[in-house]
Design a protein around this ligand. Structure first.
Ligand code: AHR
Length: 490
């Protein structure tokens, strides 16, 4: 029996709903086909945005969406993507497959998408190859309501009222695809660019500086030291590769037990990464004013055989569901400082929550995890403690379970738990202090570790109701191997 203790009396911080955020880049079939098909398409759409995909995104309450990249952001010139479509410039998407980008999905289309799915936009500005003026004018175009060249141009292009835009990223991966900069250089550039990212009227921009990748602590140190006071948040990117080797990452399906556990071990590194980056940030920001945003995370496998390797298309199995659940539980744990996270990426790219093939659409196991975890959005994190238990695999000790708990505005206790074992089921006894339990309902996502959904068989991995027993005021439930559960308690 595994033991989980929860103390409802000890409410910590509110879990920022933006931890359940997403990321959509002009990469492969994420934007084009995956989200945007154009008004003339036979695929049912509203103003060019796929109806099926928008419905699915609304259902899991996507709180925030990052766009247009990624590496693409630092080559993107936003002015090419506004105005009459037939006049928009075509460009080469050099990072991602060398395909033609026709700019038919630009600022107005992105804001329309956010409006349709009712989420906040998070715009990633171009510092790598764009000018200060260009970035400054994008913010003016988006948010200025008075008389100005950008505001006039926006009105000419069909939008009189300014939009509300809070989240603005000043560059992406500027240590790599965003300009191969040294931290000292980027810190100075960040300071310069952000100066011209203005607040207009009531609109207050939350300025996000480009942070490090995984273990690059030096970047965090130098950024915080030189530019900490000019930012509202700093980012972190961490991808989970089964092998840890970028040249041979391992496949999304047909993996071995060793690859399964390597993937789990690598995703759990998120915990120490967040903790270590925060320790550095805290030295420069003892008041904890600057938030940490993990705006790219998820699994990264070798692209599906037969697909363009530059499109980063991969299948998604129960292994991905376990990775998503364990990672989201870690974000909940650090939600006092982690203010946003964006899984990479929404449709057809990396750890996608949705896959499409022309008019067909399928929800992946990772999608269902976001559905199970949505109850934590803006809820109060409460103390939870799992009695330590480990899986021994080839000399490695891997935690057997992962869990977190919160209390929502209606007073319900929501527990999310994942069984990380690929073999053994877990019987859990949960002692929740501070609540007189009268009812409990559970939803379970469970299938064999390698199971996934296809366009022909979309329901192989899906949510179902599960049993929870209440005995002497305690909860008892069973989580099968490599499965994820949400329990709602009143
Ligand atoms: O998500 C795919 C790519 O990974 C992004 O474009 C980039 O920021 C990161 O390296």
């Amino acid at each position: 029996m595994s033991n989980l203790f929860i103390n409802i009396g000890h409410r910590k911080n509110i879990i920022n709903k933006n931890i359940y955020g997403h990321f959509a880049e002009h990469l492969g079939r994420c934007i084009y086909e995956g989200i945007y098909v154009g008004e003339g398409s036979e695929i049912p759409n509203v103003n060019g945005i796929r109806r099926d995909v928008a419905d699915a995104l609304r259902h899991i309450r996507v709180p925030v969406l990052r766009w247009p990249g990624g590496c693409f952001a630092d080559e993107y010139h936003w002015k090419d993507g506004v105005g009459p479509k037939e006049k928009r410039k075509k460009m080469v998407n050099t990072h991602w497959g060398g395909v033609v980008e026709d700019n038919s999905f630009g600022t107005h289309e992105f804001m329309e998408l956010c409006n349709q799915i009712d989420c906040e936009p998070y715009i990633s500005g171009n510092l790598g190859s764009g000018t200060v003026q260009e970035m400054s004018e994008w913010v003016e175009y988006l948010t200025f309501g008075g008389l100005s060249p950008m505001s006039d141009w926006r009105a000419e292009n069909g939008r009189k009222e300014p939009w509300k835009v809070k989240y603005f990223g000043v560059g992406n991966e500027n240590w790599g695809c965003g300009g191969n900069m040294r931290p000292e250089y980027y810190a100075d550039e960040y300071r310069r660019y952000q100066t011209y990212v203005r607040n207009y009227g009531e609109n207050k921009i939350y300025k996000i500086a480009c942070g490090s990748t995984s273990y690059d602590y030096d970047w965090t140190e130098k950024l915080m030291s030189a530019a900490g006071k000019y930012m509202d948040a700093l980012t972190l990117h961490h991808y989970t590769l089964p092998t840890g080797n970028w040249d041979k990452k391992g496949g999304a399906t047909g993996f071995t037990e060793r690859e399964y556990y390597q993937t789990v071990i690598n995703c759990l590194k998120m915990d120490e990464l967040i903790s270590n980056h925060l320790q550095i940030m805290n030295r420069y920001d003892p008041e904890h004013r600057v938030g940490l945003i993990v705006d790219e995370w998820g699994t990264w496998y070798d692209a599906e055989p037969g697909t363009n390797p530059g499109f980063l298309y991969q299948q998604n199995t129960m292994r991905d569901a376990v990775v998503a659940a364990a990672t989201l539980n870690i974000f909940n744990k650090y939600s006092g400082r982690v203010v946003m996270a964006n899984i990479a990426q929404t449709v057809n790219v990396l750890q996608a929550i949705i896959l499409t093939d022309g008019a067909k659409m399928v929800l992946t196991p990772t999608y269902h995890v976001f559905d199970l975890f949505k109850a934590h959005q803006d809820a109060a994190l409460v103390d939870s403690y799992l009695e330590p238990e480990f899986i021994d695999f080839e000399g490695a000790s891997i935690p057997r379970l992962s869990a977190s708990a919160s209390v929502d505005a209606g007073g319900a206790l929501n527990i999310t738990a994942a069984n990380l074992s690929m073999k053994d089921s877990a019987l859990v006894e949960c002692d929740a202090r501070g609540i007189d339990i009268t009812s409990a309902e559970a939803k379970l996502l469970s299938a064999r570790a390698g199971a996934y959904n296809t366009f022909d068989r979309p329901g192989v991995v899906k949510l179902r109701d599960a049993d929870v027993k209440i005995t002497n005021g305690k909860l008892f439930f069973e989580i099968p191997s490599n499965s994820v559960m949400h329990i709602s308690v009143r």
